[in-house]
Every structure is written in structure tokens, then in C-alpha cells.
Design a protein. Structure first.
Length: 178
């Protein structure tokens, strides 16, 4: 690979790291061509981009960002590496990895991730990452919590209003006594 080709790859990766708040680095070494094709199809179906890149190029691309990813150097950027990019959810790649493994595959192995600039390293954190809620899920929960008291007040007013209107109607229909 020429220096120019490496530069293009580094620029492309740098741009992806800047555009995506969530990315995972995995090791898919040992997967067959058929398995890797199934994995790529699953990524595509979920809207997650998967790129296999040399560690040295990933390292240079990460260094060109304004964030500190030095903790990836010694533990994560070794061996075979692929990067999963997700724009919408920090948990989507973790869920994808878990779903793919349900078919009996032991790989891809989770090596590390950046979730809104927080760095998570190690396979033991994959389950925790899969349970993270997306921004939209959290906003929905907050709105539901805030709406609950208002709904209760409205419901109480409506039921009281119905009782009050029933009493007024009954009184108006009652014959007058002298």
C-alpha cells in the first residue's frame, strides 16, 4: 500500500471518528468468509458500518482527532481489528455482536469502544454496553415521567367534572317545590 493510499484511509477514518459518537473496535480473526459476510449483512441491516483496517492506520486516525484515545494503544489496537460505527445508539453495536454470537459464533470479540468520548475496554463490558439506553429512549422515559402527574390531574378533573355536571343536570330536571 502506498503512502498516498494510507493517507486517504487515515483521512477517511478520521472523518468517521469525528462524525460518529459511538464506535466499537472488534477482533473477527478466524471467521470464515461466509461468517464475515453474514456479519456484514447484519451490520448493514442495522445501519452500522463495519470496516476492517490495520491497527497502525486506526491509531493514526485516532491521533488526528482532538480526543485522547491513548488507552486503546496497548490493549485494543493489537492483532486483527475491525471498527463498527454507529450514529444513533451506543448500545446498537453491542446488541449486534451479541445477536451474531447467538448463532454459535465466538467472534467477533469486543476489544474496546468509545461511547460519547468515554472509553470502555474489555469483553466483560459487552453485556453492560448492550443495556445502555439511547438518547431517544431516555428522552421518552423523561417525558413519560413528566406527563404522568399531569394525566392524573386531568383525569381527576374530568371525573369530578362529570360528577358535577350530573348533579347540576339532576337538580335542573327536578320539579320545583313551593
Amino acid at each position: 500500500m502506498t503512502r498516498e493510499e494510507k493517507g486517504v484511509i487515515i483521512d477517511d477514518l478520521s472523518q468517521k471518528f469525528a462524525e460518529h459518537n459511538f464506535f466499537y473496535i472488534t477482533d473477527a480473526a478466524g471467521l470464515t468468509v461466509d461468517e464475515i459476510n453474514k456479519f456484514r449483512k447484519l451490520c448493514y441491516a442495522r445501519g452500522i458500518e463495519y470496516k476492517v483496517v490495520k491497527n497502525s492506520l486506526i491509531k493514526k486516525a485516532l491521533q488526528s482527532t482532538k480526543k485522547d484515545y491513548s488507552s486503546f494503544d496497548s490493549k485494543v489496537l493489537k492483532g486483527f481489528s475491525g471498527v463498527l460505527f454507529s450514529k444513533e445508539s451506543g448500545s446498537a453495536p453491542a446488541k449486534l455482536l451479541q445477536e451474531f454470537r447467538k448463532g454459535g459464533a465466538e467472534k467477533p470479540i469486543f476489544k474496546g469502544a468509545s461511547i460519547d468520548s468515554d472509553i470502555i475496554i474489555g469483553e466483560e463490558n459487552l453485556d453492560m454496553l448492550s443495556k445502555l439506553k439511547s438518547k431517544h429512549e431516555l428522552v421518552g422515559e423523561i417525558i413519560g415521567i413528566l406527563q404522568s402527574p399531569a394525566k392524573n390531574v386531568i383525569s381527576a378533573l374530568q371525573s369530578s367534572g362529570n360528577k358535577l355536571s350530573g348533579i347540576v343536570k339532576t337538580l335542573s330536571e327536578r320539579p320545583e317545590t313551593k
